[in-house]
Design a protein around this ligand. Sequence first.
Ligand SMILES: [Zn+2]
Length: 266
Amino acid sequence: MKGKNWREYEPAKKQKNRRRRRKGGFLKKLILAILLFVLGYVGYQIYFHHSKPYIVGLDAGHGGIDIGAEGVINEVELTERTAAKLTELLKADGRFRVVQSRDEGEAKSVTDRNHLFKRARPDLVISLHANASEDSQAFGFECYPSPPGKENHDKSLKFAQYIAKEMEGIGARLRGTDGVRFGYYVSDEEGNTSKLLLDSSDTQVYDYDTFGMLKNMKCPAVLVEQCFVTNQQDVEEFGLEEGCAKSAQAYYRAICKYLAINEEKK
Ligand SMILES: [Zn+2]
């Protein structure tokens, strides 16, 4: 036995089995290492990059000969100003692709805008508007998600709640209980259509149509009424250059919160 390795006395079959076991152990380790590498890489990609940009459908209400509500300013001035600021913010962020429903100054029907957004398959839609009233004292912010029973209601409601909260954060006075309302068009027997605006506590499902920009949208969609163009103070706070910029920032933050992503480079 002296000077000889004990393995030389091992039966050939046993030796072969041991080699096979050793080989199997190495393969297992290799597979585990590859798996860990792949998981790490995927995690890194998800955490640091969203490789596919989020698509935001951005609608500046009215346009062209349609100037919207008239007041201290025309509604369309506010919608275009805010859309430009929000586009700027989203583009600077780098994770978004903005699809605008129309060019600046362009007139387009609500139906065409709606169809454009359906084709673009956005991750969410925001339609910018402003309120008006014969009562120049009327003021405040409200927004309209896709209402109960309609497509993407739950997600739209959540998005609307984030928007209202952010607007409240920059000093907007919320209308209704929480600045979120449901809007419908109701036709009477003569075919006259009127708007029915309900508080968000009214969760009943109605058979009425909602606003054209929210109809059958394949993603969360919210229409905002940024302020009253007929109220001097509202316009000063939310309708001029600075007010539109800070409203756009509030919408940008709400978009990030809704998508559960961090705000960047603010
Ligand atoms: Zn409008």
